[in-house]
Design a binder for this molecule. Structure first.
Ligand SMILES: C[S@@+](CC[C@H](N)C(=O)[O-])C[C@H]1O[C@@H](n2cnc3c(N)ncnc32)[C@H](O)[C@@H]1O
Length: 241
């Protein structure tokens, strides 16, 4: 099974429990929306990798105005948990495909958001290039390779997701704006509970990078009682090419 299929399978498999295990993604979504100007209103919002609708719910709570909300996600199970509404259009699409945005009426005043999803993008460059063609306002929160840093070090493996530098390089090609980096920690009673969280939250993307031997080593030697998360935030405008 390829990586993308594994990511979607994992999110679909644990979709029902996702809302119990998405503490960090919820915080990240809230931190992302706090970057938006106060009392703003938009014609259209596109949420890439919208999942079960964390951004949508928080947008409603914050009373951010919009006419139409497009939620794009590959997992039908996650999309089925997303709120419905007359002004909500759900798109079951793969953001790794060239035609992911086909038929989406992107316009100059479209607000493009993505929270905790683009770390699974196989060609971030290509997606950002497509998006930036319309010079939209974008707000991204993307997990980077410092996530689970000590766990990866203890197991002796490399992070499966892009580094901070790689994400920044891609974004800077197509957008100008501001970056900020945040680190989060989630505390656990045991390393077993930590592994359970990793499985249920889908943050590993279902990548079975870790062998039984490596798991045993982490169980024995992991020096922290928390997991580390590293997230890069970006707010900016498309560079007209
Ligand atoms: C960690 S969840 C984040 C969901 C939501 N944005 C939030 O903040 O809670 C990542 C989402 O990305 C979606 N995803 C992963 N790979 C994808 C792909 N290739 N195309 C579209 N969606 C994808 C998953 O199905 C999942 O719903």
């Amino acid at each position: 099974m390829d990586t993308e299929a594994k990511v979607v399978k994992t999110f679909s498999r644990f979709a029902c429990q996702y809302d119990q295990y998405n503490q960090i993604q919820r915080l990240v979504a809230s931190d992302l929306l706090s970057l938006l100007p106060l009392q703003c209103s938009f014609g259209m919002i596109l949420d890439i990798g919208c999942g079960s609708g964390e951004l949508y719910r928080q947008i409603e709570q914050k009373k951010i105005g919009f006419k139409t909300f497009y939620g794009l996600d590959l997992s039908d199970k996650m999309l089925s948990l997303h709120p419905n509404g007359e002004n909500i259009i759900k798109l079951q699409r793969d953001f790794n495909q060239k035609d992911a945005l086909c038929g989406v009426p992107l316009a100059h005043n479209t607000l493009i958001l993505s929270s905790s999803a683009l770390q699974w993008c196989q060609n971030l460059d290509a997606l950002l290039k497509q998006l930036s063609l319309y010079s939209h306002t974008v707000f991204f929160a993307i997990f980077t390779s410092g996530t689970f840093k000590t766990l990866h070090q203890t197991a002796g493996i490399c992070s499966p997701i892009l580094s901070l530098e790689e994400v920044m390089q891609s974004i800077q090609k197509y957008y100008y704006g501001n970056f900020s980096l945040k680190h989060y920690q989630l505390t656990f009673d045991s390393v077993e509970a930590m592994f359970r969280y990793i499985k249920m939250s889908g943050v590993s993307g279902g990548k079975q990078q870790i062998t039984i031997q490596q798991t045993k080593k982490v169980l024995k030697e992991y020096p922290l009682d928390y997991l580390e998360f590293e997230v890069i935030f970006f707010k900016g405008e498309g560079v007209c090419l």
